[in-house]
Design a protein around this ligand. Structure first.
Ligand code: SAH
Length: 274
């Protein structure tokens, strides 16, 4: 899978590409990441990519022309083939695991990183095929969002993760995606490793039992419980099995009896910044 990233800071990606999974996928040939300096698509001596906003106001806006040329140059490399051209923008569709799974089916993606006040709207209207946001917050550039999207898509590509199944048993993995029993679409269950007791904190007994059916049931129950407590929105429309339903009813009863504080009340109040 090829990613073409259009940015004014190609060097920004250096460390991201030199570690861990992305490095491995590049070396293994599962992914190719090409960095394109937006300034290479300017015509003036100063290699200008931005200008003042029409109508006034603070900050600068990316001009449409260099981005248009950069995308046209990429399209010219494979005439007649269409591929998604993604503009990173806080106003875009929210990036989720489901969207990562959708994008992973493409063989090529173009990612346009904005800066300053953003990008001339005509790029969103006429050049980009998609606008994607990585969350309801504003960053100062599209580079971190582009790196984040590449990482989450690349780790789904066959052969990138050591254990083929591990990507499908993680939080959010869509119930209909991935092989066999690892499909779920819930938050992940808790993981533990050695030592079995640390600072007096014990690993749940069942995990040491060697009873695979018990362990499977415990994991399912804990994944359901975490999801239900922290992200009940994920359970809407979720295909619950009879076992899941029994488990959730039991949790509801326990909660009524013990009135456990909700997860969201865990942060201390904290003082106001002056
Ligand atoms: N004025 C814009 C924000 C511009 S931020 C607005 O209020 O909507 C500058 C650039 O950072 C954007 O063009 C985009 O490429 C990137 N960016 C910032 N926050 C982002 C987010 N949450 N998701 C994706 N890209 C983001």
């Amino acid at each position: 899978m090829t990613f073409d990233v259009i940015t004014i800071f190609p060097d920004f990606f250096r460390s991201v590409l030199e570690y861990g999974l992305l490095k491995r996928a590049l070396a293994g040939g599962q992914a190719d990441i090409r960095l394109h300096d937006l300034r290479d698509f300017t015509d003036d001596r100063h290699r200008t990519v931005d200008d003042r906003p029409f109508g006034g106001g603070p900050g600068m806006v990316f001009k449409p022309d260099p981005i248009f040329k950069a995308v046209a140059a990429l399209e010219a490399e494979s005439p007649g083939r269409r591929f998604p051209v993604i503009l990173l923008s806080p106003q875009g569709r929210l990036f989720t695991q489901a969207l990562a799974e959708e994008l992973m089916r493409q063989d090529r993606l173009v990612l346009i990183c904005g800066r300053y006040e953003g990008v001339d709207e005509r790029i969103a209207e006429h050049v980009a095929t998609h606008e994607i946001s990585i969350g309801d917050f504003v960053l100062s550039g599209g580079e971190l969002p582009a790196a984040l999207i590449m990482e989450s898509v690349v780790r789904l590509l066959p052969g990138v993760l050591g254990n083929e199944e591990s990507a499908w048993q993680e939080s959010f993995a869509a119930p209909e995606a991935g092989p066999c029993e690892f499909r779920h679409g819930l938050l992940d269950f808790p993981h533990y490793t050695r030592p079995a007791e640390f600072q007096g904190w014990k690993v749940p007994e069942v995990l040491l039992s060697g009873n695979h059916e018990e362990i499977r049931r415990w994991r399912r129950r804990r994944a359901l419980e975490k999801t239900w407590r922290r992200r009940p929105d994920l359970l809407t429309g979720f295909p619950l099995s009879d076992e899941d339903r029994r488990c959730l009813s039991a949790l509801q009863r326990e909660l009524c009896e013990s009135s456990v504080p909700s997860e969201s009340s865990k942060f201390p109040e904290g003082g106001q910044h002056q």
